[in-house]
Design a protein around this ligand. Structure first.
Ligand SMILES: *Cc1c(COP(=O)(O)O)cnc(C)c1O
Length: 403
C-alpha cells in the first residue's frame, strides 16, 4: 500500500465537498519551481500568456484574458460590454451570488428569472414570458415597465456545470437586442450542442477558484472572439495604461491581473482537464445509478443538447416521500464526517439584492429548500463515494421512523 497523500481522499475520515486535485510530485511543482527560480512570480511572466493561449485553444475562443478571479472577470466583461449605471441585466435567481454582484458593481441592476425545473438553469420560457408581459419593446430598446429601466444584457449561468439552452437564449437576445454574457465559471469543459460553454455568447467568463474544475488558487478568465472587446478587457484589467513609462491612464482601470505563480498552477491543471472531467463524469454516473431507485430523490437531469461538466453533483429530496428534508440529511451527513451543502439562497430574496425586479421564482425556492450537493472532488475515491451513498441511504431509511 502506498502511504502517499491522496488528494480529495478522506483525511481522518472526513470527506470534503469539492477540493482541488494536486498530485504530490505533479507538474504543478515543476512549473511553480520555474517561477521561483526565474524570479517571475508576479503579474508579468510566461505562464500568464501561456495559460491564456492554452485555455483559449481548449475552448476554441479567439481571445482569453486572465483575471484575479471569476468575479473580476464578470466585472470587467460587463464594463467592456458597455453595461453601466441604471441598465438592467437578466440573471438567474438560482446561482452563486457573484454574477448579480458584478452587475451592481457597474451600477446596473439584475432582473431575476426563475430556474428551469429539469436543468435548474435560467428558465427561458419564464424569461420570454417576463419580456412579453412586463417589458415594452420599441425603437430597438427593451424597457422593464416595473422599474422603467432599459434591459441591455442577458447573463445566463451554466449552473453546476450543466449548459443553459443557449439557442433559445440567443434567439431572445437577437430579437430584443440583448448582449449575451455567459457565466461559465461552473461549466468549464461542458458543451452545448458540441460547443464549449463560455464561447457561445459575445463574451464568457471562467473561474479557477479552489472548488472549481481546475484551480489557480484563485483566478478567472474572460474569453471572446471580438477583438475590440478583448482589447478593452485587457486594458481594464491592467490599470488602463495608455503610456506605461509616463504613467498615463486613459480610464479608471483595475489591477485584475493573474500572477505568473497562479498561471503556472493553471497551466499544469489545464493539462489534466480531460482526466478531471472523466473523474467528474464517473462520480456523477455512480451517484445517478445509486439514487435512481430511491423514491423521492431527484437529480439535475442532463438535457439532450447538453454535455455537463458534472461540476457538483446535487440531489433534491422530496420530504413528503423520503420523510427526510434536505437540511436533516445535511446534518446527518455532517455527523458522519461527510460535507454536503444546500444550493444558494435565491437572489430575489437575498438581502444583498433588495430592490431588484424579479419574475415568478417558485422553482428556485423549491430547489433551495430541497437540494443538497454531495462530495464531488476530482480525487474522491470509489471507497469514499460508496461511504457517501451508504450514508444517504441509511439516513433516509432511518428518518421516517424518527418523525
Ligand atoms: C465560482 C463562481 C463565480 C466566480 O467565482 P470566483 O470565486 O470569483 O472565481 C461566479 N459565478 C458563479 C456562478 C460561480 O459559481
Amino acid at each position: 500500500m502506498s502511504s502517499r497523500f491522496e488528494p480529495g481522499a478522506s483525511a481522518e475520515g472526513y470527506i470534503p465537498l469539492c477540493v482541488p486535485y494536486i498530485e504530490p510530485h505533479a507538474r504543478e511543482w515543476d512549473y511553480l519551481r520555474e517561477c521561483v527560480e526565474t524570479n517571475f512570480v508576479s503579474s508579468v511572466g510566461p505562464f500568464v500568456t501561456r495559460f491564456e493561449k492554452e485555455l483559449a485553444r481548449y475552448v476554441g475562443a479567439k481571445h482569453a484574458v486572465a483575471t484575479t478571479s471569476g468575479t473580476a472577470a464578470l466585472h470587467v466583461a460587463l464594463i467592456a460590454a458597455g453595461i453601466g449605471a441604471d441598465d438592467e441585466v437578466f440573471v438567474p435567481t438560482l446561482t452563486f451570488i457573484a454574477p448579480a454582484n458584478a452587475v451592481r458593481y457597474v451600477g446596473a441592476w439584475p432582473v431575476f428569472i426563475d430556474a428551469d425545473p429539469n436543468h435548474w438553469a435560467l428558465d427561458v420560457d419564464k424569461l420570454r414570458d417576463f419580456i412579453e408581459r412586463e417589458c415594452s419593446w420599441s425603437d430597438g430598446v427593451l424597457r422593464n415597465r416595473r422599474s422603467g429601466r432599459v434591459i441591455k444584457a442577458l447573463l445566463p449561468v451554466h449552473v453546476l456545470g450543466h449548459p443553459v439552452d443557449m439557442d433559445a437564449i440567443l434567439a431572445l437576445a437577437e430579437r430584443y437586442n440583448l448582449l449575451v454574457l455567459e457565466d461559465a465559471t461552473e461549466s468549464l469543459g461542458a458543451t452545448y450542442r458540441n460547443t464549449p460553454t463560455g464561447t457561445i455568447g459575445r463574451i464568457g467568463c471562467y473561474s479557477f477558484n479552489g472548488n472549481k474544475l481546475i484551480t489557480t488558487g484563485g483566478g478567472g478568465m474572460v474569453v471572446t472572439d471580438d477583438d475590440a472587446l478583448a482589447a478593452k478587457v485587457r486594458y481594464l484589467t491592467t490599470q488602463a495604461k495608455d503610456d506605461p513609462l509616463e504613467y498615463i491612464h486613459g480610464a479608471v482601470g483595475f489591477n485584475y491581473r493573474l500572477t505568473n505563480v497562479q498561471a503556472a498552477l493553471g497551466c499544469a491543471q489545464l493539462e489534466q482537464i480531460d482526466a478531471f472531467l472523466a473523474a467528474k463524469k464517473r462520480i456523477a454516473e455512480r451517484y445517478v445509478e445509486a439514487f435512481a431507485s430511491i423514491p423521492g430523490i431527484d437529480i439535475q437531469h442532463e438535457a439532450a443538447w447538453a454535455k455537463s461538466a458534472n461540476w457538483m453533483f446535487t440531489i433534491t429530496l422530496d420530504a413528503n416521500v423520503t420523510g427526510c428534508d434536505s437540511r436533516t440529511l445535511m446534518r446527518e451527513l455532517d455527523a458522519r464526517r461527510i460535507q454536503a451543502r444546500p444550493l444558494w439562497q435565491p437572489l430575489h430574496v437575498s438581502p444583498a439584492h433588495v430592490g431588484a425586479v424579479a419574475g415568478d421564482c417558485t422553482v428556485a425556492e423549491r430547489l433551495n429548500r430541497d437540494a443538497i450537493s454531495l462530495p464531488s472532488s476530482v480525487g474522491l475515491t470509489a471507497e469514499d463515494q460508496e461511504r457517501v451513498i451508504a450514508a444517504v441511504q441509511a439516513v433516509i431509511e432511518k428518518v421516517p421512523s424518527a418523525v
